[in-house]
Design a protein around this ligand. Sequence first.
Ligand SMILES: [Ca+2]
Length: 166
Amino acid sequence: MVSLAKMQPFWYFNPPISTCPSGEQIVNGGFETGDFTGWIETGNNQEITSFDPHSGAYCVNLYMFQSWIGAIKQELIEPISYSCIDSFTAWFAAGQSGGDYLTITVTYTDDTTTEWTEFTGADVDWHEINIKSHLDEAKIVKSIEFKMPAGSVDVRIDDVSLIGLG
Ligand SMILES: [Ca+2]
């Protein structure tokens, strides 16, 4: 006679364990501290501004001045695999000078990167970037950087968000 114990499905003994981090993984993604808390200023020209933020009281403005460019980067508190990412988004808009470009660079734990450039269109409206849709599904994200490509002038960023599935 077969015992009941032997008839238990495999998952009874090996329940799936989620190791994904939960909730918001970006520190100060809306810049509402009014400073660069959580971010590394990797360029020369970046400032917190209260000019028309996407939400709250502040956003960040990357701008060009005397050929120096603006850039900011955030190292995640904990690297996160693609399969653990529920959503990864940001909002960006041209500054007061019109349509402009923004380069996004995601770095993985093996130090390879995914990099692409977005264009605001010729207006000052906010646009959402679906960062997750650009990612390498086989890799683990460790940082994200926003910078102005050469020839760009004035770009705002707000509400950077990475939600974990845990
Ligand atoms: Ca904000």
